[in-house]
Structure formats: C-alpha cells, structure tokens
Design a binder for this molecule. Structure first.
Ligand SMILES: Cc1cc2nc3c(=O)[nH]c(=O)nc-3n(C[C@H](O)[C@H](O)[C@H](O)COP(=O)(O)O)c2cc1C
Length: 680
C-alpha cells in the first residue's frame, strides 16, 4: 500500500514542470506566459511537496529540485528587469536540466544519499539497502544521470531552446539510454563484481552442512580483528541442518547446533548455499530475489567474503598443509560403556574441535578390542625386542601409537584412577620402551625404543563433584609424562560427569561442550590446551550440594522402582529429579526480584506434592504442600515429564486440559524462561 502511494507520488512529482512547460510553450513563450507558468508550476510543486510530507513523511530530490527551480524561476521572471527575465524565458528548459545536473552531482559529495536512492529503495528489499553493492550501484547511476542531464542542458542551451534540442533529443537520451542503463546496470555490476570463474565442485563438500562445518579451515583471523560474533546457518532440505559458527579472539569454531544469540542468521536451502559457494549463483542477487533470508547484522554478511578464504584457496593451501603438517590424533577410549559414556561426550567435542583445524583423528574403543593383560614375561624386552608374545589387537594398536602425533587418553575415573581397560592398554605399551635405565636430569627412566615426537592429552569424567578425585590420576599421568618423554599438553577433567546426559541440564552442558571443542582447537593451533580452558571444564555445572541431592534422588527413584521399565538414556523419568533439576537450573537473571511459590500436585504413576520457592534470586525445592502458593500445577507425572523431555508441547497440553494451573497464569508463562540457566 505504502509502495503504491510512493509510486503515485513519484509520477505526480513531474506534473508541476509539465504544467509549467505546457503553459510556457517550449521555445517561444512570452514573459506574460512565463509569469503565469512559473506561478502555476510553483503552486503545483508546493502541493506535491506538502502531499509527500504528509503521506510518506519525506520528499524526493526531484520534488525539491522542481520546487526550487520553479521558486527561483518565479522570482526571476517577476523581480528581475525584462532583459534578464527573458533569459529565463528563453532558456527555462536548459536551466531545468542544469538544476537536475546539479541535483545529481552535488548531494553525495557532501555525504547525502545519492539521487537514485529513493527510486532504488522502492524497487529493492529493505535488507539490501545497507549493502555496499547497493550504495555503489546507486552512486554510479547517479553520476551517470548527472552526465545525461549535462548533455541535455548543453543540447537545450546550444539549440536555443528549440523543441528538437530541448525536448526531442533529451527525451531520446533519457528514454533510449538513461532508463535502459538504469535497469540493466545493477545486474551487470553484481555479475562483474562476482567472480565469473565458478569453483570446481570437487573442491567442495557435497552438502551445505559439510561446507559450513569446513568453513573454519578457511577462516582469516587477520580479517576478523577483534570481531566477536556468532553466525547461525539454518539450511533446509537435503544436506541441511543447523550449524553455528563462532568467531572470537581470532579463532573460528563451528558446531552443529543452534547459537544462543547469533549476530547473523542465514536461512537458506542447503543446495542454494552450495551453489553460492561454487559461485554458480550471485549471493547479492539471490538475496535481493528472496532466494535466501538473513536476520541480524547485514554488515557481517557483507564481511563474510573477507572473513573466509575462497574455497579454491582453502583447497590449495589445505592440500599443502595436508602434506606438511596434518596432525594425527589417536584417541584411546577406556570407558566400559564406550559410545554411551560421559567420557565419549567430552572426547567427541574435543576431536571435532581438532578436526576443525585440519587434524586427522581416530578413536579406539578399548572395550571393543581384544587386549590381554601384561604377564610381565619381558619377552618384548629380551627375546623378541619390541614384539609382545600376545597376538591380540595390541600389535596393530602399537603401530597406530607409533604413527600419531597426539595420543588422547579418555577414561572415566574408576577408584580415583583410570579404568582397568586403559590400565591394561598402557601396560601393553611396554614393547615401545627400551629396558635400560638411563639417568636423564634428576630421574632414571627407560628410553623410548623408537624415535618419537608424541604428545598426550588426558580426558576424564568422574561422578563426584570434587575435582580432587582426579588427584591420583593426574599424578600417574605426570609420571608418564616425565618418564616417557611424552609431554602432557592438556587435561580435561570434568567432575559431576553424570550431568552431561541429564536432559534438563542441556543448556548448562552446552558450555562444557563448547569448552571441550575449544580445547581441541587449541591443541592443534597452540600445541597445548590453555590453563583457562582446563579450569573452565572443571567448573561445577551445579553446586556440590545440589549435585549430591540430584544424584540421591536419581538413585532413590531407581532403587524404589519408581521409574517404570528400563531407564532410557538422557530422559528425565522422575518427577522429583525433574523438579530438583528445575531448581538447580533456575535462572536468577530472568527472575529479577520475583518472589513466588509454585506448587506441583502430581497424580499418575509418580503421585506426590512438591513445590519450588523463588526468593532473593534463588530457587529451592521442597517436598509437601506450600502455604498459599502463587501458582498450583495439577498434572499427571507422565504429562509433565513428557513436556520436560520435549515430547509434548506445554502450551498445547494446557489447552487440551492435560494438566491444570490455578493462580498466577503469568508465572506459568514464565516457567520456560525461569528454568534452564547458563553454567553457574
Ligand atoms: C567402578 C567405578 C568406580 C568409580 N570410581 C569413582 C571415583 O573414584 N570417583 C568418582 O568421582 N567417580 C567414580 N565413579 C563414577 C564415574 O567416574 C562417573 O560416573 C563417570 O562419569 C563415568 O564415565 P563414563 O560414562 O565415561 O563411563 C566410578 C564408577 C564406577 C563404575
């Protein structure tokens, strides 16, 4: 509607000068006719000006120019002596072109919008108005128009205002050259600016998601400076997914997840983004045509070409890097519940971080391997140096250890130490050592049998909240470091590790995963994990008392058989644990100075009364009934658990009467924002 009004006002803006020219008769007007013409034109231009101001709140350059021209013209013909006023009468058309020439030439020189902006803004979507391409195109076209008006001015002036030179030739130039160029030029500019050389598809991954996952490899820290931002890709269709790029402190990391607060969100079909990257489609044009959408900081979108190297270059450099320094990481995973373990969650993120920096990784799940315990026969030292008597999986694994740059030992803490699986593996590394005792520095040790340049990383999770549980394990690894000449370049030790799989802790866990990912990046880029990253992993997700309480509730629920059937990984199955978890993840920032009590009257499989009290920025969990709760939720346990496990939509369940709420409904609406806070 607004657009239509703007178009109408654009067309009517020509009426004052057309009326002026009709009354003043081109070329041979008398002074009397010119006087009438300028006044009529001026009145019409004034009306046009007022209408634009009133209905679209601003006036265009054309309206201003015509109003100014007719104002000056009126003053000229009325106030100057006849000799001078006839000059305006004879050359009014030429002067009009000259006024347009100045209008198209001057504003941008003083930092104002160029002449064509108003019209271009009516044609292009708002999201592109701030792009440099939009500005450049308009600037070029504005100068182009100033050239056209200059030619028209000269034609009209030198042709002494004759219709051929004042109307016909200028009209031919405007309609035959000006308008077609104005129409064609934006596409031409975008095509020319965009490299016409498409990128060999074999240089790129096959799916949009993989492409984004590889973007950190082409990241240019020098272009990023101190940029700190997250870019969310929401790619639809085959090969799509949600991927978040984080740029901070000169590094770029990528995660298959949703960014918490992205500065820029790109919503695109996955195959379109592949085509854009292959340079088969012009990104600016595709955006203007609405083929993909962006939300947030447009400047960041514009900077992307600068922030990430073109895939061709990435590919070439990558190939060279592959030859020169592709790091090989061998992860030895020692949990007896290998792929369903807490240790695995941390290890996976760490490896993803390392992969994002070009590292090659392989994980050995010890539980799935055949590894005999060492029997201490020393055959590998004496009779067959370097070769063990057991022909199990270990000879193959020894070769892998010999060939890698970093060994990651990932183990849950069992009795303050590594698991027996990992212990057996480490004992069987004996063939890699030479039996002699050599003094190096202050200590005696067995030298390495084979030349090596390996480093180690230790990853572990434990059940208790205290980091001190890892003391013995760390001690062992520091011994291995010293006597095995294998620098320990990172320790990722996470207490309270069982929380990693708690559904209700998902948001808190995100932070831990990001830290593990960062550790993987650091170990490749810096050669070691920073102390800050190590400390970050050790931070408790919830206070120790809360962890203990939650753990006890969990065990009680399983001991008492409250949970029906076999427990399902990652699901909350117990109301008390759920409510205690809600209290633990209470978001004090969102709560502000809220003081409230929420009572849960639970029926169904897990009947009971529990309530949460919010006061002084804290939330506490209680059994029983509260006095005068602000909100009472009456629900079968199955319903509330299904909502918590995201199997049921809370609002819809309420509408369908699956649970009831009495009291402060605004509190009910706030529940999602009140619980599920960041890491404490
Ligand atoms: C046999 C055994 C011994 C354990 N010893 C400890 C211990 O000494 N200290 C501790 O905090 N947790 C201990 N735990 C708990 C585990 O370390 C903890 O649950 C860990 O997160 C499990 O990791 P996973 O899922 O990778 O196997 C022990 C668990 C088991 C089964």
């Amino acid at each position: 509607m607004k657009l239509k009004l703007k178009t109408v006002l654009f067309i009517t803006s020509f009426i004052p000068v057309i009326a002026f020219k009709v009354i003043a008769r081109v070329g041979d007007a008398t002074l009397a006719q010119a006087k009438v013409a300028t006044v009529v034109g001026l009145i019409l231009a004034g009306i046009q000006f007022a209408l634009s101001k009133r209905f679209i709140k601003h006036t265009s350059y054309l309206e201003k120019t015509f109003l100014g021209f007719l104002g000056i013209g009126t003053a000229w013909v009325y106030l100057t002596p006849p000799g001078l006023s006839s000059l305006f009468v004879d050359h009014s058309t030429a002067l009009l072109y000259f006024a347009l020439f100045l209008t198209t030439l001057i504003p941008q020189l003083f930092g104002y919008d160029p002449f064509t902006y108003t019209i271009a803004k009516q044609m292009a979507p708002e999201r592109v108005w701030n792009t440099p391409q939009f500005r450049a195109i308009n600037l070029h076209l504005t100068y182009f128009w100033s050239g056209i008006f200059l030619i028209n001015f000269l034609s009209s002036w030198l042709g002494h205002g004759k219709p051929l030179f004042s109307i016909l030739i200028p009209l031919i130039i405007i309609l035959g050259v000006g308008l077609p160029v104005a129409r064609i030029y934006p596409n031409y500019y975008l095509k020319r600016q965009f490299t016409s050389q498409p990128i060999d598809p074999s240089f790129l991954p096959d799916t949009g998601k993989e492409l984004i996952l590889q973007m950190p490899m082409g990241f240019r820290p020098e272009a990023a400076g101190d940029l700190n931002a997250e870019i969310q890709f929401d790619l639809s269709g085959e090969g799509g997914g949600k991927v978040a790029l984080s740029i901070s402190e000169g590094t770029c990391t990528v995660r298959e997840s949703e960014a918490l607060s992205p500065a820029l969100t790109i919503i695109s079909p996955a195959d379109l983004w592949l085509k854009i990257t292959r340079r088969e489609i012009d990104p600016a044009r595709a955006l203007m045509d609405g083929l993909y959408k962006v939300k947030g900081d447009m400047n960041l979108l514009i900077r992307m070409g600068d922030l990430f190297r073109a895939p061709t270059k990435v590919r070439k450099e990558d190939l060279i890097e592959k030859e020169e320094k592709k790091m090989k990481i061998l992860a030895i995973q020692g949990s007896p519940r290998p792929k369903a373990s807490n240790t695995e969650i941390l290890l996976l993120e760490f490896l993803k971080g390392a992969q994002s920096q070009g590292a090659e990784t392989e994980t050995i799940y010890l539980k799935e391997r055949e590894i005999h315990s060492c029997i201490g026969c020393y055959t590998c030292w004496a009779k067959t140096p370097g070769v063990c008597i057991f022909k199990d999986d270990m000879p193959e694994l020894l070769e892998k250890v010999k060939g890698c740059d970093i060994v990651v030992y990932a183990t849950p803490l069992y009795n303050y130490n590594m698991t027996s699986l990992l212990k057996a593996f480490q004992e069987r590394l004996l063939p890699l050592l030479d039996p002699h005792l050599i003094k190096m520095g202050e200590i005696y040790r067995h030298p390495q049998r084979y030349k090596m340049n390996r480093k180690m990383v230790l990853i572990s999770t434990c059940g208790f909240p205290e980091v001190s549980h890892f003391d013995a394990l760390r001690h062992v690894f520091h011994h291995i470091e010293r006597s095995g000449q294998t620098p320990l370049v990172g320790e990722l030790l996470m207490p309270g590790g069982e929380l990693l799989k708690q559904q209700g802790m998902k948001e808190n866990v995100q932070g831990v995963l990001q830290t593990a990912y960062r550790a993987g990046i650091e170990v490749i880029r810096e050669g070691k994990v920073s102390k800050e990253t190590e400390m970050e992993i050790q931070k408790p997700l919830v206070p120790p008392d809360t962890l203990a309480e939650m753990a006890n509730l969990w065990w009680d629920s399983h001991l008492e058989g409250i949970t029906q059937g076999k427990p399902v990984q990652g699901k909350i199955e117990d109301m008390r644990l759920l409510l205690r978890g809600m209290a633990a993840t209470f978001n004090s920032q969102t709560a502000g100075n809220l003081k409230a009590t929420i009572q849960f009257e639970v029926t169904g499989k897990q009947t009971g009364d529990w309530f949460l009290s919010v006061e002084d920025g804290k939330c506490t969990y209680h059994e029983g009934k509260a006095n005068a709760p602000n909100l009472t939720i009456i629900t079968p346990s199955e319903v509330w658990l299904a909502i918590a496990n995201k199997e049921m939509d809370g609002q819809q369940a309420f509408m369908e009467g699956r649970y009831k709420a009495i009291g402060d409904m605004s509190l009910l609406m706030r529940i999602r924002s009140l619980f599920g806070s960041e890491r404490s």
